[in-house]
Design a protein around this ligand. Structure first.
Ligand SMILES: Nc1ncnc2c1ncn2[C@@H]1O[C@H](COP(=O)(O)OP(=O)(O)OP(=O)(O)O)[C@@H](O)[C@H]1O
Ligand SMILES: [Mg+2]
Length: 484
């Protein structure tokens, strides 16, 4: 692994150096060959086990925790920072560079009252969802490995400590900009330096001047809109969309109480600490905009209000267009890039009526959509229709749908395209929970199977078909605690 230190060298004052606290008797729980390849590591061995558990210093690494702040559940927290994540530098890979971070590596100057650790349950969930989202083509940080230990860590009960080795194209969050905007007497200069760094590292097409800043922010708005469109399309609820968990590159970032929808439910809340549903599934698009508005405020020293507002106005149209194109692909009709508003409204209505039916009839979101791979839009709808209890309502919808879908000349190709747009497998919380309990009892096979399964979510994988079954009653729509 070849590391460079651009953030460390260029942004003194934006982090503090700190060494990991050794993790006693570490062992591998999970390893991603795909993620390892991104950073040029061949395989797990004892050297990497010692390095990633923080027990052995990697000579070419710097060890530091970044400072940031953020709006948490609507209120501003002026100083957060990496309280349990330590960054080693940027690994240079064939397809770009990746920050390498040890999440759960012990206290840092930003830990406040926390212990700097992560528990196995949450480290495993972060790993599985990172790799699962990547396989669904949803922009995300990646996970290289999870390292387990017997270190006692207290949450609601006594648990075991673990480290996720996280790879991120960048760890810079909206909250980084907020920290220097609200908290630094040299705010203009500090915000500008950070923006220059992001542009030079990730947006070489833009210059570091007024026109470049404006174009860059428009791109941040667009990538955030595209990301959240994808979450809505695949039924992914993030759960803690605080501005300190929003990546400046529009990648899914920080996985706590997240959940995919099992049964379709618009107002599904996956986070136990969010009783009012600020981050409910249906609220995500609006919260994405709210968060971008916070970022825009922090960028006022370098971008005019008019330019910021103009960029923010593109958020909703970008999100809607992206959402329609992807939902069109799932349902099997083409959505042109340029649609009139009336056409968009019609498509939104057709899709909305379908999801309403799913909600009314308490159907599984993923499994029902997968049935589009088994229907013929010109005729046989049985595979899909059989999912519904109230078939009369379904038939009404199907008639409208048939009018929207163009004549299908090659049914096999059409169905194959539906298979590639509608995953058979998603990460279901209860399955992660079961596999983690098994791993804590010493048997890693459940975790490995789940990891394998989620790498190829669109494949039938007949031997593992039971993973696509609806959850048992106890495991349906599990609401997760925030403690991790
Ligand atoms: N166990 C802990 N010890 C110290 N600090 C913590 C701990 N858990 C969370 N924090 C800090 O609390 C803040 C909010 O936590 P949040 O759960 O959003 O982040 P995280 O999961 O720790 O990390 P990241 O956002 O890097 O994925 C962050 O500053 C985080 O570092
Ligand atoms: Mg966080």
């Amino acid at each position: 692994m070849k590391l460079k230190q651009d953030f460390f060298e260029q942004l003194t004052g934006y982090y503090q150096q700190v060494m990991p606290t050794p993790l006693p008797a570490p062992h591998w729980l999970l390893w991603s060959d795909e993620a390892a390849k991104l950073v040029g590591i061949d395989q797990p061995n004892d050297h990497w086990l010692q390095v990633f558990s923080g027990n052995q210093r990697l000579p070419q690494a710097q060890y530091y925790a970044q400072v940031y702040s953020g709006h948490q559940f609507g209120g501003y927290s002026p100083r957060l920072g990496d309280g349990r994540s330590i960054i080693l530098g940027e690994a240079v890979g064939a397809q770009g560079s990746w920050d390498v971070a040890l999440k759960g590596a012990g206290p840092t100057p930003f830990s406040r009252h926390g212990d700097g650790r992560a528990v196995t349950r949450s480290a495993v969930r972060e790993f599985l969802i990172s790799e699962a989202l990547a396989a669904l083509n949803i922009p995300t940080t990646r996970a290289l490995a999870v390292i387990g230990s017997d270190l006692p860590v207290w949450r609601e009960t006594l648990e075991k400590g673990a480290i996720t080795v996280r790879l991120a194209r960048s760890h810079i969050r909206f909250g980084h900009f907020e920290y220097f905007y609200y908290g630094d007497e040299h705010r203009s200069e500090k915000v500008q330096r950070l923006a220059d760094f992001v542009i030079q590292q990730h947006f070489p097409q833009f210059s570091c001047d007024n026109a470049g800043y404006k174009a860059w922010f428009a791109e941040v708005v667009a990538s955030t809109a595209r990301l959240i469109a994808k979450w809505q399309v695949f039924g992914f609820a993030h759960g803690v969309m605080n501005t300190d968990n929003m990546s400046i590159l529009g990648d899914s970032f920080d996985f706590g109480p997240f959940s995919f929808l099992d049964t379709y439910q618009e107002d599904f809340i996956c986070n136990h600490s969010d009783p009012e549903g600020r981050y409910a599934f249906s609220q995500q698009p609006g919260i994405g905009l709210w968060n971008l508005q916070c970022l825009a405020q922090a960028l006022t020293p370098i971008i005019s209000s008019d330019d910021l507002l103009a960029a923010l106005r593109q958020y909703q149209p970008t999100l809607v267009q992206h959402y329609l194109q992807l939902m069109g692909a799932r349902l099997g009709f083409a959505v042109p890039a340029e649609q009139t508003e009336a056409e968009q409204q019609q498509d939104l209505q057709l899709i909305g009526e379908f999801t309403q039916l799913l909600e009314q009839q308490k159907l599984d979101y993923t499994n029902t959509l997968r049935q589009f791979a088994h229907v013929s839009p010109d005729g046989n709808s049985a595979a899909l229709r059989d999912e519904f209890v109230d078939v009369v309502k379904f038939d009404g919808w199907w008639q409208q749908y048939q009018q929207r879908v163009s004549k299908v000349s090659e049914l096999d190709a059409w169905q194959q395209a539906r298979r590639l747009a509608n995953p058979k497998y998603i990460l279901r919380n209860y399955q992660a929970q079961q596999a983690t309990e098994q791993a804590l009892a010493g048997d890693l096979s459940g975790l490995q199977t789940l990891h394998q399964l989620l790498k190829n979510p669109f494949d039938e994988q007949p031997a593992l078909a039971h993973y696509a079954d609806r959850p048992p009653q106890w495991g349906e729509g599990l609401i997760m605690s925030c403690s991790s």
